[in-house]
Design a protein around this ligand. Structure first.
Ligand code: NDP
Length: 284
């Protein structure tokens, strides 16, 4: 079997067109969705991510604001900036670009963002809402990955889902989302024994490890849906966590890297910002 490709470029373009249409409607009602990104220091990868987020806002007609702070910014100054944005009614989404310089407390900074403006979905309140099945803001990468899985049209109820990775930003929220879809979910990590025995059971396999080509064909069940979250730079090229060429001969659906989940992450960030702006209208 050769897998069908879950094309993040096509899917994210469709989503962005839909977001642009809804943004236009919201503007007619007097609200322009606004996203503020705080960038501390000048990490080159972060610069690229921040620029892509700004471009996404421009494409969809949203207001975008980038707040650049020096690499030696204090925690106090960072939190004062977050407070200002929390109080700014033109801003519906606030994102602190991670990683922050080592002297800053990431958790404290994320906790400072109002949960309703936390469009990354990293605030403990939003993580807790996801855990307890209450409506909240869902982290963009797992939300985008689930969107891709659902686009296959496969009924997820009762399916075996295996997530490799247990980070707070990808692995754990991904597992929660799959659980909500009534999958039987296994979370694997670096201490998991006999990893391949778990992954070979998976109807849906999500790799969020951070190791290029980590998932090989012998770890994959025939006909599985394989979602590759990994972004690894190897010899100047971006590669996923999955050995794409070999695994695509076994899977039924697969996401490429680049052009897969990464594209969906930004689309979901815009979707979360739009939803945050829409909520301000329903509160009035
Ligand atoms: P983390 O480093 O926080 O987590 C990696 C996870 O992989 C950990 O839970 C770790 O286990 C597990 N792991 C590491 N080695 C092994 C192993 N040998 N066997 C099984 N599990 C292992 O990474 P993130 O979750 O932040 O990101 C994962 C990947 O996804 C990265 O490549 C990252 O760049 C990418 N990413 C992509 C995004 C996108 O938009 N597409 C967005 C965010 C991330 P343990 O907990 O035991 O250490």
């Amino acid at each position: 079997m050769t897998a069908k490709i879950l094309d993040g470029k096509v899917m994210s373009a469709e989503l962005k067109a839909e977001i642009a249409r809804k943004t236009e409607e919201l503007k007619k009602r007097g609200v322009t969705p606004g996203l503020a990104v705080i960038l501390v220091g000048n990490d080159p990868a972060s610069e690229i991510y921040v620029r892509n987020k700004g471009n996404g806002c421009e494409e969809t007609g949203m207001l975008s604001r980038t707040i650049r702070m020096d690499g030696d910014t204090t925690q106090e100054a960072l939190e004062a900036e977050i407070d200002r944005l929390n109080a700014d009614s033109a801003i519906h989404g606030i994102l602190v670009q991670l990683p922050l310089p080592k002297h800053l407390d990431e958790q404290a900074a994320l906790a400072r963002i109002l949960p309703e403006k936390d469009v990354d979905g990293f605030h403990l309140i939003n993580a807790g809402r996801l855990m307890t099945g209450n409506p909240g803001v869902t982290a963009c990468t797992p939300k985008g990955a689930l969107y891709m899985i659902k686009s296959t049209g496969v009924d997820l109820t009762g399916k075996e889902a295996v997530v490799i990775g247990r980070s707070n930003i990808v692995g754990k929220p991904m597992a929660m989302l799959l659980l909500q879809e009534n999958c039987t979910v296994t979370i694997c990590h670096s201490r998991t024994q006999n990893l391949a025995e778990h992954t070979r059971r998976a109807d849906i396999l999500v790799a969020a490890v951070g190791k290029a080509g980590f998932v090989t064909a012998d770890m994959v069940k025939d006909g599985a849906i394989v979602i590759d979250v990994g972004i690894n730079r190897v010899d100047g090229k971006v590669r996923g966590d999955v050995d794409f060429d070999a695994v695509k001969e076994k899977a039924s659906w697969i996401t490429p890297v680049p052009g897969g989940v990464g594209r969906m992450t930004i689309a979901m960030l815009l979707a979360n910002t739009l939803e945050a702006a829409e909520r301000t209208l329903s509160r009035d």
